[in-house]
Design a protein. Structure first.
Length: 251
């Protein structure tokens, strides 16, 4: 599942790239929402392109909440283990889930990132536990990755979002070999189609099925500091290649 991303473009760079205007409201934005490692479990604010205003970028909190909830109370809301942070949503449940079914039609979004991290479970165990290694996924040409998401607007005006996932394609199954999932990634030519307000059920399903070909991506292992609770992993070099003898797949 996609719980960690990287987004190093400034607000001005994103405005220029998308030819969009930033709508920030009254929220204070730290460092233009630039993250070398955005840890979803911290529920960071991130830039999204919302369907309701597709020519804008706006901050939204990572971790979807029901629209009737109070966004400011997100810490209390996510204490419930059943929410599991609200970070990912299975695309297979998009049209039925009690939150998602109210967002798929008019509240789809794009989350632009440099790349994202997925866990790989090696065949080796350390102290009787699986040895997990983070892999970094990026585009081979270093263009942005456009993650597909949905969002809600809470009763106190917070935008909250989640990243859509689907069953793993071959490379993702090899790397993310435990859960065997991958994020839905909208290809460049389909950005407008994903944010188009006239899509029906079958249109949305088709866009999720025919998303970015994984052959446009590359992936490799990085430091386990990404998982550390005591080391600051929000650093430029967190995506530096790290070799592990325990890894038995090619990269």
């Amino acid at each position: 599942m996609c719980y960690s991303t990287r987004q190093t473009k400034t607000k001005q760079q994103l405005e220029l790239h998308f030819r969009a205007k930033a709508l920030t409201g009254e929220r204070e934005l730290e460092n233009d929402l630039v993250y070398y490692h955005a840890n979803g479990w911290n529920h960071p604010l991130m830039w999204i392109l919302p369907q309701e205003a597709p020519n804008t970028i706006t901050p939204a909190m990572w971790g979807i909440m029901p629209s009737k909830s109070v966004g400011a109370d997100y810490k209390e809301y996510f204490k419930n283990p059943r929410t599991f942070g609200g970070l990912n949503a299975k695309s297979e449940k998009l049209f039925d889930h009690f939150i998602y079914r109210y967002s798929w039609e008019h509240k789809r979004c794009i989350i632009p990132v440099d790349g994202f991290f997925e866990p790989h479970t090696t065949p080796v165990k350390v102290k009787g536990k699986p040895f997990k290694v983070p892999f970094y996924f990026k585009r081979k040409n270093d263009d942005p990755i456009y993650l597909a998401g949905i969002y809600t607007t809470t009763s106190d005006g917070w935008n909250t979002f989640t990243i859509l996932t689907k069953p793993a394609t071959p490379r993702f199954e090899e790397v993310h070999n435990d859960k065997k999932r991958r994020p839905v990634i909208i290809d460049d030519e389909s950005l407008g189609s994903w944010l188009f307000d006239g899509n029906d059920h079958s249109d949305v399903e088709q866009l999720m099925e025919d998303d970015l070909w994984e052959g446009e991506l590359e992936s490799y292992p990085v430091s386990k500091d990404l998982y550390s609770r005591t080391v600051d992993s929000n650093t430029k070099d967190i995506i530096k290649l790290t070799d592990y003898e325990e890894i038995k797949i090619e990269y």
